[in-house]
Design a protein. Structure first.
Length: 211
């Protein structure tokens, strides 16, 4: 099985798109000509942000991550990798999809195998409620979800919707592979240098909009 997996990865590296991984661009908060929130969100409903609120905008179509302070762009990561099965508003355990929506960082792991891990609060109460109402989540799972969230302040990762989603680096993984294909199980991956740059801006409570 490991031999077959190695062959599959090698084939994907050979035939994958040869997207060049551009250098990280950092912009000072007051730089003239800085891109603004309104030109970046591409018709996505705009979140209500405070003038000095630091938040993260992840554009899956453009494959770009940007950090904003209010409506001013302060950091750009021009390439990212997502789940190898694409993206979906309601993603399920084992689907290898990246969730779409508005989230918040609810934990930071600085001893992660991925260099650094910023966990987000997927599934949110709104997503869990929607999944339950649409019959995508059992009443038993939904009741467990609500009780766990109330007790721990974090969503559980062991319902039908899964969890343990976040933004992370590569750790010891191949930067070449990262630049050629989507390889995560649903998380959003950037390089080790880029996740360290995010560490300056992102912490527990930071809003993360994925669209």
């Amino acid at each position: 099985m490991q031999y077959l997996r190695a062959l599959a990865v090698a084939a994907l590296m050979v035939f994958g798109a040869s997207t060049a991984h551009a250098a990280l661009e950092a912009l000072p908060p007051t730089a003239s000509g800085s891109a603004t929130l309104w030109s970046e969100l591409d018709a996505t409903p705009l979140p209500d942000v405070l003038p000095n609120e630091v938040w993260v905008n992840i554009n899956l179509k453009a494959r770009k991550m940007a950090v904003y302070r209010g409506d001013t762009q302060v950091l750009v990561i021009p390439y990212l990798a997502i789940g190898n099965a694409g993206a979906q508003r309601i993603r399920f355990e084992g689907s290898h999809q990246t969730p779409i929506g508005e989230f918040h960082v609810d934990r930071v792991n600085r001893q992660s195998d991925f260099k650094l891990f910023f966990g987000i609060d997927y599934p949110t109460p709104d997503i869990a409620r929607e999944a339950w109402r649409d019959g995508l989540m059992s009443t038993r799972d939904y009741t467990y979800y609500r009780n766990y969230l109330r007790q721990h302040g974090l969503p559980p990762a062991d319902t039908a919707l899964g969890g343990s989603i976040g933004i992370h680096g590569l750790g010891a993984r191949s930067a070449r592979l990262h630049s050629q294909m989507d390889w995560t199980q649903g998380c959003i991956a950037v390089t080790n240098a880029e996740i360290e740059a995010l560490d300056r801006w992102v912490n527990v409570g930071t809003r993360v909009v994925i669209h």
